[in-house]
Design a protein around this ligand. Sequence first.
Ligand SMILES: *Cc1c(COP(=O)(O)O)cnc(C)c1O
Ligand SMILES: [Zn+2]
Length: 410
Amino acid sequence: MAKVEFLKCVRCGQTYSIDDVEYYCPRCGPEGTLDVMYDYSRIKQLFTKESLKTKDEYSLWRYIDLLPIERKPELLNMQVGWTPLYKAKRLEQALGLDFVYIKDDGRNPTASFKDRASAIGVAKAIELDKKIMCAASTGNAASSLSGFAACAGIPSYIFVPATAPTAKITQLLIYGANVILVDGTYDEAFEVCLQASEEFGWYNRSCAVNPYLVEGKKTVAFELMEQLNWEVPDWVVMSVGDGCCISGAWKGFTEMHELGLIDKLPKMLGVQAAMSNPVNRAFRENKNSFDYVKPETLADSISVGIPRNGLKALRALRESSGDVVDVLDIEILEAMKQMARLTGVFGEPAGVTGLAGLRKMVKENRIQQNEKVVLVVTGNGLKDIKSAMSAVNTPITIQPSLEDLKKYLI
Ligand SMILES: *Cc1c(COP(=O)(O)O)cnc(C)c1O
Ligand SMILES: [Zn+2]
């Protein structure tokens, strides 16, 4: 018996059987992203603290009972998820907070949080016998899909802005994806990819189009709760572009709540770049629509003018009594240094944007000293060394002699 009961539109609430709809709500169009709903009363018997304790699978597949995949595909054996959680003592001291944890999702196979979704997307493609996959991406979703598709032997077509960081484009090329650089923004790349996917029947990896992908992202919440021994944090902090990551994590928390595994829920804190902040503006104005601005931020992964999963993100922020802040690029670069120097975790700009937002929240007294905070670092710093280099000083050069070294030291 299939685990997924039905799909439900985030916009109009209409439900659909999994056999009737592949991507988004036919009534609402692409804004009507769908939620994957399970038979929770049945899963409640399987998905318990005790049953989890007996599992020796340390990856996202540990949570297969609550994933829309019947079984872990044999071919797809990359280690995804179950990333480390660190207590960040020195960062706590710097921020004046008692509890700060770092979840380092840059430790995934292609070095970003996106791997959680790609694993499910490719597994679903295998299940549905899809021959070709495609993705539009600011960079990481693409590099991630190309890695997982390569592992499974499925060809992929990738649409990225020509301005994506070189490391991310390199990943695509080395994994052998069909790379199409779009002379335009991510928002434009997204549209071309959606059209191509409909025209040629390619299986779309976008988390905002394909309802199953966010299911992979929710596993971060399951891991967090197991790693924190089921003690729910007060805040979970993530950067927001399209809004798939934060809404995915929120779904994980609400499902654990529904299953009786946790008795309270965290507040979600979304952090956006100031020049790419449509979700924050909609949240502040209490609206359910988004005004486009041409995004401008060095945090390429959250450089999004039209948030494709904005409604789900707003729902996560509102339902959780959470909050959103936005930060300047210079604050993101500061956070990158602070994170690296106080925790040893090197995140890409969007990966450390959460820390920049946390700093702001603490400064403005919107987060209190004794509140427990988890920061999710969504991508590895080596993916964008150009931005990292702009945050630091150039090193000195010496002649290879002790004499010369001494000149520098005094
Ligand atoms: C994609 C991405 C985000 C933002 O996720 P959304 O789902 O677009 O909000 C944040 N950080 C990194 C590193 C990403 O790759
Ligand atoms: Zn709808």
